[in-house]
Design a protein around this ligand. Structure first.
Ligand code: UD1
Ligand code: MG
Length: 467
C-alpha cells in the first residue's frame, strides 16, 4: 500500500565558505549541482519503495536561482517554501510546513540536506525499514567519525531506549569525545514532527532553533548507525566539494567498469553525470568527458583528451591531446593526436583528422582525410577527398564567414588555400602550393603558384661565406 511521504530538502544556506557567488545548493558537481543529487536520491527511493511522495525545498539565500534551476531540471516536481532568515534547522522545517501545507498530511517526512550529495536511495530505504520494523516515531542516520568536530554528538539512552543529540557548541568536554555523530538525515512521523517542532526553542549557545532538539525526552526514537560514514559528507567548502565530486566520479566509473569500459587510471578521469560510454571502450589516463557526451563501443581515447557534448561512434580512435566540442565523430574515424574539433563538426565514417588540425563547423564525408597541420572552417569535404599538409580554408574576410565546398575524390596538394566562398567539383586535382579563388568544375585541374625561374651557377651570389 502506498504511504504518503513528504520529502523536505533543506537548501536555504548561502554556503559562504564555498566562495562561489551562488547558493550552496547550486555548487557545481559533475556538470550538475549539489541539490540535483539529493533530488535524484529522494525520487529513486520513493520509486523503489513504491511510495507516494511530495518534494518540498526550503530556500532562502538567492532563492530565485535555486527555484529556477529546479523548475528547469525537475519541471512540476518540486514545491518551494521560503525561509526568510536562517534561524536554524528547526525553523527551516517550520518554514517547510508553512510553504507546503499539503506536507502536513503526509504520514512520514524525510529531512535531507541539499549539501549531502553522496547519500543513495538504498540508504534512505535502510533508514525507512528500521523505522517501520521497529515502529519508531523517528530515526536519525548516524555514523562514527574519528574527528567529530562540528557534528552533533549522539547520546544514546540507557538500554538502547531513545537518544538525544548535543550540538558541538553546547557539548561538555566529555560529550565532545563521543565519536558517533548525527548525519542530518532523518525520517520522522509527520504528526510527531509537527508536535515536537512547536516546542523547539532557541535557548542554546548558538541562539538557533535546533532540529536535533526533537529527539529530547522521547523514548520511541532511535539512531541508526551506518558503517559507511563517508556517504554523509556535507559540502561546506571547496575541499569537500572536490572530495564529493571525486567520490561521485569514482562511483560512476565503477559502474562503467562493471559494464565493460576499461580505464587505465580511473583516479585521473573527470566525467560528468550525463556522459555515457559503451562496453569495449578503452580510456587512457587524464581524459575529461563533459556535458552530454556519448561514446559508443570499442572507442580508444588516449591521454589528455577533452570531449565536450559530443557523440563518438563505434570504433573511433581519439589520439592523445585532442579537444572535441559539440561535434559528431562517425564510425572508425581517427582524430589526432593534437587535433581540435570545434562546434558543429561532423567527421564521417573512416575519415581522418590528423595532428595539428583544426576543424570548425564543417562536414567531412566518409573517408575524407586531413592529415597534417590544417585549418578547415565552414567547409564541406566530399567522400574520399584528401587535403594535403598545410591546407587552409580562408573562410573569414574580417566581417563575414564564407563557405568552402569540395566534392568527392578530390586531391589537394600540400600548402594550398581555398579563398571562400569557393567550390570545387568532384574528381578535381589542385597542385601543391596553390591558392584557389575561383570555382572549379568537376574533373578540373588547378595550379596557381608563382612560376619558378632557375639560374644555373648563380647561388654563390647569395650564399654567405662562413668565416
Ligand atoms: C547539522 C546538525 C548536526 C549534524 C550536522 C550534519 C542541527 C542543529 N545540527 O549541523 O547535528 O551533525 O548538521 O552535517 O541541525 N539550513 C537551513 N536553514 C537554516 C539553517 C540551516 O535551510 O536556518 C540548512 C542548510 O542550508 C544545510 C542544512 O540545513 O543544508 C544543515 O545546516 P547546517 O548549518 O549545515 O547545520 P550544521 O551546523 O552542519
Ligand atoms: Mg552543515
Amino acid at each position: 500500500m502506498a504511504v504518503d511521504f513528504g520529502v523536505c530538502i533543506l537548501a536555504a544556506g548561502l554556503g559562504t565558505r564555498l566562495k562561489l557567488n551562488r547558493p550552496k545548493a547550486l555548487a557545481p558537481v559533475m556538470g550538475r549541482t549539489l541539490i540535483d543529487y539529493v533530488v535524484d536520491t529522494s525520487k529513486e527511493f520513493l520509486k523503489k519503495e513504491k511510495l507516494q511522495g511530495k518534494m518540498g525545498v526550503v530556500t532562502g539565500h538567492m532563492r530565485e536561482l535555486v527555484e529556477e534551476h529546479l523548475n528547469k531540471n525537475f519541471p512540476g516536481e518540486m514545491e518551494f517554501a521560503f525561509q526568510e532568515k536562517q534561524l536554524g534547522t528547526a525553523d527551516a522545517v517550520r518554514s517547510y510546513f508553512k510553504g507546503v501545507p499539503a506536507a502536513t498530511k503526509a504520514t512520514y517526512t524525510i529531512i535531507i540536506c541539499a549539501d549531502t550529495p553522496l547519500i543513495r536511495d538504498i540508504d534512505l530505504s535502510l533508514l525507512y525499514i528500521h523505522l517501520r520494523n521497529e515502529k519508531k516515531d523517528a530515526v536519525a542516520a548516524t555514523f562514527y567519525e574519528k574527528n567529530p568536530t562540528g557534528y552533533g554528538r549522539i547520546i544514546r539512552g540507557e538500554n538502547s531506549l531513545g537518544f538525544h543529540i548535543v550540538e558541538e557548541k553546547d557539548a561538555s568536554s566529555e560529550e565532545r569525545k563521543i565519536c558517533e555523530v548525527n548525519s542530518g538525515l532523518y525520517i520522522i512521523k509527520t504528526s510527531f514532527l509537527i508536535e515536537k517542532l512547536a516546542k523547539v526553542d532557541n535557548k542554546n549557545k548558538s541562539g538557533e532553533f535546533y532540529l536535533t532538539d526533537l529527539f529530547k525526552d522521547h523514548f520511541n526514537v532511535s539512531p541508526v548507525l551506518f558503517n559507511e560514514g563517508e556517504i554523509f559528507l556535507g559540502v561546506n567548502n571547496l575541499i569537500q566539494l572536490e572530495e564529493a565530486s571525486k567520490f561521485l566520479i569514482l562511483r560512476k566509473i565503477r559502474g562503467l567498469q562493471e559494464s565493460g569500459v576499461r580505464f587505465l587510471d580511473s583516479s585521473s578521469i573527470i566525467i560528468d553525470h550525463f556522459v555515457s560510454i559503451e562496453a569495449g571502450t578503452v580510456v587512457y589516463p587524464q581524459v575529461c568527458f563533459e556535458g552530454r557526451t556519448e561514446i559508443a563501443a570499442n572507442v580508444v581515447i588516449e591521454s589528455g583528451c577533452m570531449i565536450k557534448n559530443s557523440k563518438v561512434a563505434e570504433g573511433v580512435s581519439i589520439l592523445a591531446h585532442s579537444y572535441l566540442e559539440d561535434s559528431i565523430i562517425q564510425k572508425f574515424a581517427s582524430i589526432g593526436p593534437f587535433a581540435r574539433i570545434r562546434p558543429g563538426t561532423n567527421v564521417g565514417e573512416g575519415a581522418k583528422v590528423g595532428n595539428f588540425v583544426e576543424i570548425k563547423k564543417s562536414v567531412l564525408a566518409k573517408g575524407a582525410k586531413v592529415s597534417h597541420l590544417s585549418y578547415v572552417g565552414d567547409a564541406e569535404i566530399g567522400e574520399e577527398s584528401n587535403l594535403g599538409c598545410g591546407f587552409i580554408t580562408c573562410n573569414y574576410d574580417g566581417v563575414n564567414k564564407h563557405k568552402t565546398k569540395i566534392g568527392k575524390n578530390v586531391f589537394i596538394g600540400s600548402d594550398s588555400q581555398m579563398v571562400a566562398p569557393v567550390s570545387v567539383g568532384d574528381d578535381c586535382f589542385v597542385a601543391a602550393g596553390s591558392t584557389v579563388t575561383q570555382d572549379m568544375p568537376s574533373g578540373s585541374f588547378a595550379i596557381s603558384r608563382g612560376k619558378q625561374t632557375t639560374k644555373e651557377g648563380m647561388a654563390h651570389r647569395f650564399l654567405k661565406k662562413k668565416s
